[in-house]
Design a protein around this ligand. Structure first.
Ligand code: H53
Length: 839
């Protein structure tokens, strides 16, 4: 008779084994073992990649017992789980994070060093998984970190793109896109679960039929079927046993796919079609804040939504006989409208596949879902043509029409005779070609709708979603974004973390408000000196990186003035450039005048099809070329464009900043999260009253923030009156000189055509009103320079900024979501310790 396997956590004798043990000797042995058995290499022949893989497996092993215990606890306790649906998770590297969250940094460093290797080199070897574009995807990553740290049962659901965000190269000053083959050497962090694969239908038509009870039912006869295979990556909490899964779906053709075509002899045609369905999870669309109405994109959205909802339902039915109480075990968050088709898919699954009646299904759906809006830009609100929808998701279109019919019936009863209101609220835009409005679908199908900063939520209520707010004021709620202090302070700025630890211990990492205790040191010369030394150290490291990657020598004592984020006209990187050119003009007029030496650093990707954004990159590099080489400048201004800005580059950049540029047109940036990372690392902000800048200023204190520019209301009023950029141009000699220099071809070897589209846009039809804010921005920079010259004052302001950023920990944000939207509680995971070393 065979003996059943004893689960590791129930073994009668707990031993320090090579998969769980954490003393240095065990770690060394496990590392060597993985190198031999998993990489198949002798140490003498192993590459950096082999070392990285062997170490990654060593760490993953140490996450597994916690991971399995977490899942088991959730099942046994039948807890309510948060399901975070997001088309993007911009996780950044896993290894450093695992070392931190497992408290293994020092021991692993020692084990690696005693093996004759360098841990930093190994860490650098990990590809940065770029399964997201920018703020929205990185927010999802910070949220899963906080969920695990706060011991909240949660699953992140998304797409396992084979190609993440492209690698940005700069050729002749222009952006070039290189495919990101991040899985080339395999991904040691994920575990595939083909046993939990699900099938997703696409296309075809619907038909009526009688079920056994003699009721009329609808069924969907699809044209295609695709299989979703889940890949799970462990997300460990900091200083807890909780390890939640990030579950990403890969598309594969189903085995019975096009069986007829195979049999009919059309083998290659059938294989070609098979490949087509596998392209669904091939590549991330590289647009941030600007949707592209491509069929494949809708297929991606539906694919991961359908896989995830089927998985959620399966999990629920393991413990409950019916789906009537799904909202008691599941809170599903829609990260923007990308997964909003989930509202219709949930209705379909409940009614067509689980025999629920409409009213019950609708009640369950509304109680289960909530929706986060991330943008006010009208062009970024997703809509899908009804024709495309019908072609891909015929059953869902029927359901959406029925949701709409019932919804508009209600509205007509509440507001009789208001046809304009009806057409604005309708889930279908019928003003021209018909479109499905995804934000409207998400609002109607959710019990809560939130914006991501106070101003953003206020503008949603007043403007973008005002009609919905009128119907259901109680649905609308603000959840100001946050970022994880584990990655964005401890991991990226170890010296700062050490300083904090030396004064108040490590408690601040789970309760950032503890940093306030350090305010008593703001006038302590020793503390201030240490503060400056840390910043200088970080700046030196970035200067070294710039030297190695751009061949530009920058002075670590100059002010590092940094703008890193996606390139977009509303973010106004070109306003920053106008100011730099203004400074240059001053130097050209009077080369001897005093000027605070400054290094202007830019980074960010442009959507490949966004011409104006690409032209802004070209202009940045062209201005850099001229100014960096002009002898009159004498090195007092340096401009650097760092290519391929991503999470790991961000970790080098934020800690090295003196000044953080947050200069979007007021009312355009929903929140921003880079602004928080800079401030937490002691950078001062120069910014507009936009997004979370407003709250950063409130927290830091008005006197510790460089504010300029029109308010959102003033922007709206100026627009209403008719914004005329030429008035500013003709009445402001400094602005005129800047624009004339660009237009004259000064930065383009005399070519007056190159930057004409940018100049014309600014001069004649600029929606983002750069000229209206130009003078205020230049004046504010004068204030910045003056303050920077007084290093004692600057240090004080920098310290207060960093210490007052508790509000912007994603732990605070997630706690609010848990209490006010999801109604979920922490579930601690009890583990027996394997050895003293683990304690
Ligand atoms: O989401 C961030 C915000 C930021 C906003 C960004 C965003 C995307 O990255 C992509 C699409 C979208 O609609 C919004 O632009 O302001 O901080 C996280 O909320």
């Amino acid at each position: 008779m065979t003996q059943p396997l004893i689960p590791i956590d129930q073994c009668p004798i707990q031993i320090e084994d090579d998969r769980t043990g954490t003393n240095v000797e065990t770690l060394k042995r496990a590392f060597a073992d993985n190198l031999f058995y998993l990489q198949g290499k002798y140490e003498s022949l192993a590459t950096q990649d082999d070392f990285y893989m062997a170490l990654a497996y060593t760490l993953r092993d140490r996450l597994l017992s916690r991971w399995l215990k977490t899942t088991k606890t959730y099942m046994e306790k039948d807890v309510k789980v948060v399901y975070y649906l997001s088309a993007e998770f911009l996780m950044g590297r896993h290894m450093g994070n695992s070392l931190i969250n497992l408290h293994l940094y020092d021991r692993v460093r020692q084990a690696v060093e005693e093996s004759g290797l360098d841990l930093d080199e190994i860490l650098e070897h990990e590809p940065d998984p770029g399964l997201g574009n920018g703020g929205l995807g990185r927010l999802a990553a910070c949220f899963v970190d906080s969920l695990a740290t706060l011991e909240i049962p949660a699953v992140g659901y998304g797409i396992r793109y084979e190609f993440g965000i492209f690698t940005q190269a700069i050729r002749d000053g222009w952006q070039a896109e290189v495919p990101d083959k991040w899985l080339r050497f395999g991904n040691p962090w994920e575990i595939a679960h083909p046993d939990q694969a699900v099938e997703v239908k696409l296309g075809g038509h619907t038909e009526m039929y009688h079920n056994e009870k003699g009721e009329y039912k609808v069924r969907w006869i699809p044209a295609n079927r695709v299989v979703g295979i889940p890949y799970d990556t462990p997300v460990p909490g900091y200083d807890t046993n909780t390890v939640n899964p990030l579950r990403l779906w890969r598309a594969e053709a189903s085995d019975d796919f096009n069986f007829d075509a195979f049999n009919a002899g059309n083998y290659d045609g059938a294989v070609a079609e098979k490949m087509r369905s596998e392209t669904i999870s091939k590549v991330l669309y590289p647009n941030d804040n600007t949707p592209q109405g491509k069929q494949l994109r809708l297929e991606q959205q539906f694919f991961f939504v359908s896989c995830s909802l089927q998985d959620i339902i399966r999990t629920h039915l393991l413990r409950h006989p019916s789906l009537h109480n799904l909202h008691d075990t599941a809170a599903i968050q829609l990260n923007d409208t990308h997964p909003a088709v989930a509202i219709a898919e949930m209705m379909r699954l409940l009614m067509d596949e689980h025999e629920m009646d409409w009213n019950t299904a609708w009640r369950v759906t509304q109680k289960t879902f909530s929706y986060t809006n991330h943008t006010l830009l009208p062009e970024a609100l997703e809509k899908w043509s009804v024709g495309l929808f019908e072609y891909l998701l015929p059953r869902h279109l029927e359901i959406i029409y029925e949701i709409n019919r019932r919804f508009l019936e209600d509205v007509k009863r509440w507001y009789p005779g208001d046809d304009n209101l009806i057409s604005r609220l309708s889930l279908i835009d019928e003003s021209g070609e018909k479109y499905v409005r995804m934000a409207n679908l998400a609002c109607v199908g959710s019990h809560a709708v939130n914006g991501v900063a106070a101003l953003h939520t206020q503008l949603l209520k007043q403007d973008t979603l005002r009609d919905f707010y009128r119907l259901w004021p109680g649905k609308f709620i603000n959840k100001t974004n946050g970022v994880t202090p584990r990655r964005w302070i401890l991991m990226c700025n170890p010296k700062l973390a050490e300083l904090y630890n030396s004064k108040i211990g490590e408690g601040w990492l789970k309760d950032l408000s503890q940093l306030k205790q350090l305010e008593k040191y703001v006038d302590d010369p020793d503390f201030c000196q240490q503060w400056r030394e840390i910043k200088l150290h970080n700046k030196r490291q970035l200067a070294q990186y710039i030297w190695e990657h751009n061949g530009i020598e920058v002075d670590p004592h100059s002010m590092f003035d940094i703008q890193v984020k996606r390139i977009h006209e509303y973010k106004r990187q070109h306003l920053n450039l106008l100011h730099i050119i203004a400074l240059y003009n001053q130097i050209k007029q009077n080369p001897d005048q005093h000027i605070v030496p400054c290094t202007f650093i830019f980074g960010g990707k442009a959507a490949p099809g966004y011409f104006m954004a690409k032209l802004i990159i070209k202009l940045t590099n062209s201005v850099a070329d001229v100014i960096n080489h002009d002898p009159d400048v004498r090195g007092r201004l340096k401009i650097v464009f760092l290519n391929n800005f991503n999470v790991s580059l961000g970790q080098r950049i934020y800690p090295a900043a003196d000044l953080s540029e947050q200069v979007s047109t007021a009312g355009k940036e929903a929140s921003g999260t880079g602004n928080m990372k800079f401030a937490m690392n002691g950078a001062m902000t120069i910014g507009t009253l936009d997004g979370a800048n407003i709250e950063i200023r409130e927290e830091a204190g008005e006197e510790n923030f460089f504010l300029f520019g029109l308010t959102a209301q003033e922007v709206a009023d100026t627009k209403a009156k008719g914004y005329n950029p030429r008035d500013y141009y003709s009445s402001n000699p400094s602005l005129k000189a800047v624009i004339d220099r660009i237009a004259a071809g000064y930065f383009s070897h005399g070519d007056k055509e190159l930057f004409k589209p940018l100049v014309d846009s600014l001069m004649y039809h600029d929606q983002y009103m750069l000229f209206a804010d130009y003078q205020a921005y230049v004046d504010c920079h004068k204030q910045v320079s003056k303050t920077y010259s007084d290093q004692d004052k600057w240090t004080r302001m920098s310290i207060l900024n960093a210490l007052r950023m508790a509000k912007f920990s994603s732990d605070r944000t997630i706690r609010e979501y848990c209490n006010e939207i999801w109604n979920v509680q922490p579930v601690p995971i009890e583990m027996e310790e394997y050895s003293q070393e683990n304690a």
